[in-house]
Design a protein. Structure first.
Length: 295
């Protein structure tokens, strides 16, 4: 069992938990994810790691309930425990493998949208610990949905923008990106965008025009996170990839977002899954992650 040492609400609908998981904490790197399971029959929930403390042996996760399983998970309190907490899974961020001297020469920008702000944090913190201060844009619907502001201010140059203008700048993250470059003379060599699929799509469209290489996290399309269900299949540069095994991070300029969003919608219905099974054959078996699919 994996004890919850601390739990709080970052916003009305956004929960943060610090979980005792020493083996995961010992080996994880920024960009990787875990799979949490509340009990024996609970669904597997893949979540990108928000923070880790190797000495304390803890992992911090941040999530928003989107279905029954995450709603049950959000009700857990300090002192409760997860039945399973598996990880680290997926590939670490490419930044981790890039020589520090090379990173120091770059102006790095992170664009974080909504709950996607949480998985951006460990990468920004890691850079800060290595002497690199990145720029970060956090976008949220309104002031109440801006999360981890204090934590980010300690490790980066932060720009906050809200869709309704209730806090700091007004407009979506793409408006802020455009203003930073065109009105405030900023120049960026590398961008990491993590948030809703639609946000990542439009950020990539813009950074492509500016010629800024951009990495995105395809965590939102994962279902079981084990490489077994086929839900996270995505076309990257014309090749089929699986977000949970080959990612979650990919070159955003090569990701087919329209297809990924369409598949996400289809995967949610039985009818849609039947169509995917027919069209995608062996790489789609719609398993729950427990049974191994219906191959
Ligand atoms: P949201 O809908 O509040 O959007 C957050 C910000 O994204 C907005 O404030 C805006 O600045 C930007 N945005 C949204 N649509 C845009 C568009 N068309 N063009 C440009 N910018 C746009 O976000 P939320 O409700 O907190 O998000 C939940 C989503 O985040 C879920 O879909 C979840 O799957 C996803 N998520 C992604 C990751 C990841 O690893 N990529 C991690 C956690 C959550
Ligand atoms: Fe990747 Fe199921 S989430 S195969």
């Amino acid at each position: 069992m994996y004890r919850i040492l601390y739990a709080d609400k970052l916003a009305t609908n956004i929960t943060r938990m610090v979980v005792e998981a020493p083996r995961v904490a010992k080996h994880c790197e920024p960009g990787q994810f875990i799979i949490a399971k509340t009990d024996e029959v609970g669904e597997r929930i893949p979540l990108t790691i928000c923070d880790f403390d190797r000495e304390a042996g803890t992992i911090t996760i941040v999530f928003q309930p989107v279905g029954q399983s995450t709603a049950i998970m959000a009700e857990l309190k300090q002192g409760d425990a997860f039945e399973d907490f598996v990880g680290p899974l997926g590939r670490p961020s490419d930044l981790i493998d890039t020589p520090i001297e090379e990173l120091k020469k770059k102006n790095i920008l992170f664009i974080a949208g909504g709950v996607g702000t949480a998985p951006v944090y460990p990468q920004v913190k890691w850079l800060h610990q290595h002497g690199i201060t990145a720029d970060v844009i956090i976008g949220a619907k309104s002031k109440e949905f801006v999360v981890l502001e204090k934590e980010f201010r300690e490790v980066c140059n932060l720009y906050i923008t809200t869709d309704d203008g209730s806090y700091e700048r007004k407009g979506m993250v793409t408006v802020c990106l455009q203003d930073l470059i065109e009105k405030e003379g900023k120049h960026y060599d590398h961008c990491v965008a993590i948030g809703p699929m639609i946000m990542m799509k439009f950020v990539c469209k813009m950074t492509k025009e500016y010629g800024i290489p951009t990495i995105v996290s395809m965590n939102p399309i994962m279902v079981d996170g084990t490489g077994m269900c086929g839900a996270c299949r995505v076309q990257v540069g014309g090749e089929v990839k699986f977000a949970c095994v080959d990612g979650p991070e990919f070159d955003g300029h090569l990701v087919d977002f329209d297809q990924a969003m369409q598949r996400m919608k289809m995967y949610k219905t039985e009818e849609g899954r039947a169509v995917l099974k027919k069209t995608e054959g062996a790489t789609f078996h719609g398993g729950c992650g427990n049974c191994g699919g219906d191959e």
